[in-house]
Ligand binder design. Structure first.
Ligand SMILES: Nc1ncnc2c1ncn2[C@@H]1O[C@H](COP(=O)(O)OP(=O)(O)O)[C@@H](O)[C@H]1O
Ligand SMILES: [Mg+2]
Length: 230
């Protein structure tokens, strides 16, 4: 599903955000990316999302290469990705339902089906009763649930969540991580960055990727990779 081979990402100002990273993620995998602030977690997700291109090496997502001159294919790949990113803010002045609908626009599906999917997604995240609330009137935890509903409504094969627990208190953070996990199935991979390692230490079936100053180390899940490597 995701192949990152010998990838370095150097920003125009010379910052080496990722250094010779190798990583394979398969369908059905739950991956936590941890590491200090500034270590390169978001950069790694942005590469996978096609928001940055590798300076060296190759990134392939759902069979398509993430590189310049491949924008058309990257756009197609994005239809199968559900992003929960701080950059993709909810639109204020619009309801939770409208925000989830907007998230599905790129898919080109019929309005009636879109509405049905938006309703389902909001029910699934436990916000059926807040569908018609303007997003600026929701709590942080609820806002994050709308962002998740927007990401999952299109039934993506890949869910990418960048610090989905940021700004949330302990209970809400645990709930959000638990909610994200409910979307895992054999055809779907979920990649979550977080610096809140204390919230995920209990996980046994997940892959842990630790990013440290642009280098990655797969701390758990190595066995999984050996058994199922391509
Ligand atoms: N657009 C950018 N231009 C230049 N440097 C950047 C850019 N985005 C991130 N960086 C730098 O790259 C490094 C990794 O950042 P980031 O991936 O955001 O880390 P994290 O998500 O782990 O906090 C940091 O040193 C950060 O300042
Ligand atoms: Mg980050």
């Amino acid at each position: 599903m995701i192949k990152v081979n010998d990838v370095s990402l150097i920003y125009p100002d010379g910052t080496k955000a990722l250094k010779d990273v190798n990583l394979h993620i398969k369908a059905g995998e739950l991956v936590y990316i941890t590491g200090h602030s500034g270590s390169g977690k978001t950069s790694l997700l942005k590469l996978i999302m096609g928001m940055e291109y590798p300076t060296r090496g190759n990134v392939t997502v759902l069979g398509e290469s993430i590189k310049k001159n491949n924008a058309g294919k990257i756009k197609k790949v994005r239809k199968s990705i559900g992003p929960v990113f701080q950059e993709f803010k909810l639109i204020e002045g619009r309801t939770a339902f409208e925000n989830v609908m907007i998230g599905m626009r790129i898919q080109g599906i019929k309005p009636k089906l879109m509405k049905q999917k938006a309703h389902e997604a909001l029910e699934k995240v436990g916000l059926g009763h807040k569908k018609l609330s303007k997003v600026e009137n929701l709590s942080w935890g609820e806002t994050q649930r709308v962002a998740i509903a927007r990401a999952v409504a299109r039934k993506p094969s890949l869910i990418l969540a960048d610090e989905p627990t940021g700004n949330l208190d302990y209970d809400n953070a645990v709930n959000i991580l638990g909610l994200l996990k409910t979307f895992l199935d054999k055809d779907t991979a979920i990649v979550i960055t977080t610096h809140a390692t204390h919230l995920i230490n209990e996980e046994t079936n997940a892959t842990f990727i630790r990013v440290d100053n642009g280098n990655i180390k797969i701390e758990r899940g190595d066995l999984y990779h050996e058994e199922f490597s391509l």
